[in-house]
Design a protein around this ligand. Sequence first.
Ligand code: FEO
Length: 171
Amino acid sequence: MLSKKVKDLLNAQVNAEFYSAYLYLDFSNYYKDEGLDGYANWYMIQAQEERDHAMLFIQYLQQNGESVTLEAIDKPDKKYKSFIDPLKEGADHERLVTGLINTIYGAAHKDNDYRTMQFLDWFVKEQAEEEENADDNVKKFELFGDDAKGLYMLDSEMKARVYTAPSLTLD
Ligand code: FEO
């Protein structure tokens, strides 16, 4: 049985993951409007991954006999002045999400809730990857994004990303 604290944090994470999906969808829409279809693709796929994360938290709660409360998702309200802005926002956002996962992990650890810690292990690893990818996007843009040819090359690279389902499955 999950403690109320852990249950509430897991439920809040459902909302945080859906918000991440919303935020990345907003990035995708921005790039689409700007004609950068590759970046639009990359963030569309990222939004799909975030939705998958939310579903995993829902499934985990339900597996543990808990009901899920879906709260309102905040409107993404970021204003982007240049192409690099969403990339930087994305990197900051992933660090924030890592903090949220760590908070749940800490609460589970305090409760000797090894089952939840084991579930969260996948997310701890995933966050390391997500932070690395987000930082890479910023770095590459800083290196090559100022020049039209460089931007074209980066956008083409972002277009190659394809969706893959998460490696974590709960039965
Ligand atoms: Fe669900 Fe990008 O972390």
